[in-house]
Ligand binder design. Structure first.
Ligand code: BTN
Length: 326
């Protein structure tokens, strides 16, 4: 209902009367008025003229279906439906709940803010208003052995989309997004396997977009930042989400067709800031120090731990500094 109302305001080239809205939406005039008030709560502004109707004079840049969809190409299989709420505990949790109730492939759950956002290793993920917090739902994406490709490809899709928008993001292996060497985003994928196949996956993506770094916890501000802070201007979040979904759609279709990470290995490596750096990698409780030498065609990281000695890390996390808590 709310989405239909927003669509009506977007399509209108002048004020729309309460009567017209109530007719189009099949709602009483009072119900329309309540919906308009609810939109005002989330940043819409209307000019209400007696006997003429309402005209939207401010449409906020939220990740709502009617604001994202106009930027999606018709062939994109991701982005239907887009389920926005002003606040959710975690978009991944909502997506997992909806998955059990038949959410179709390509459904996207978005939120204005998250009150219980989760990062990898069960860490809290600060998710204030102004960020991009969303989860993409995919069914039958790949074989279980290719499950790591889901996050590796998501990192690439986000990186590509940001670069098209003029934000020179990089990837920190395996799936952090960096800007000017600091973290602006991360990916939390959760999968459900059936035998050797991934039955479905929720790909949670968080981007510190349009808010000030003061909204980030003080203890991570030395290694995390926001796009607004680094670029000095906000990004158009609805458009960026559409670009990300378009990229992911192409990458995930290739993955389903058997062309996974290997097909984009060279591009991924070129965007990865980790290669060539001296790093510390956390693999569960184990820590490995060394120089990141390369990314293998299967997505694993090759670390030179002492001259001439290498270790291949299939899954782990590159720390920003040896003191970083994981
Ligand atoms: C990380 O780098 O630790 C991963 C962070 C993932 C955060 C996103 S925000 C949208 C989705 N919902 C969550 O609760 N987490 C992911």
């Amino acid at each position: 209902m709310r989405d239909q109302l927003v669509e009506a305001f977007l399509a209108a080239d002048g004020p729309i009367s309460g009567e017209e809205l109530s007719h189009r939406l099949g709602l009483s005039r009072t119900a329309v008025w309540k919906q308009v008030k609810a939109l005002e709560q989330v940043g819409f502004e209307f000019e209400a003229s007696p006997r003429v109707g309402y005209r939207a004079i401010r449409i906020p840049d939220e990740l709502m279906a009617p604001l994202v969809r106009p930027h999606l190409p018709p062939e994109c299989l991701l982005g239907s439906p887009i389920l926005w709420a002003a606040s959710r505990a975690s978009t991944n949790d909502t997506a997992l709940e909806l998955a059990a109730k038949g959410l179709p492939h390509g459904g996207v759950v978005t939120a204005g803010e998250q009150t219980g956002g989760r990062g990898r290793r069960d860490r809290a993920w600060a998710s204030p208003r102004g960020g991009m917090w969303f989860t993409v739902f995919v069914r039958n994406p790949c074989a279980l052995r290719h499950a790591p490709d889901l996050t590796l490809l998501a990192a690439l899709g986000v990186c590509r989309a940001l670069r098209v928008e003029g934000v020179p993001a990089q990837i920190k292996w395996p799936n952090d997004l960096l800007l000017n060497g600091k973290k602006i985003g991360g990916i939390l994928a959760q999968i459900r396997a059936e035998g050797e196949l991934v039955d479905h996956a929720v790909i949670g993506i968080g981007l510190n977009a349009n808010f000030s770094i003061e909204a980030l916890p003080a203890d991570i501000r030395h290694r995390a930042t926001t796009i607004l802070h680094e670029m000095g201007t906000p990004i158009h979040r609805a458009k960026v989400l559409a670009r990300i979904l378009t990229q992911l759609d192409a990458l995930y279709r290739d993955l389903q067709d058997g062309r996974g990470f290997q097909a984009v290995h060279a591009e991924w490596t070129a965007l990865c800031s980790t290669v060539g750096q001296e790093v510390e990698v956390a693999m569960g409780e184990e820590r490995l120090r060394g120089i990141a030498r390369s990314i293998e065609p299967d997505g694993s990281l090759v670390l030179e731990t002492s001259p001439g000695v290498t270790r291949t890390v299939v899954s782990g996390e590159v720390l920003f500094s040896a003191r970083e808590q994981v």
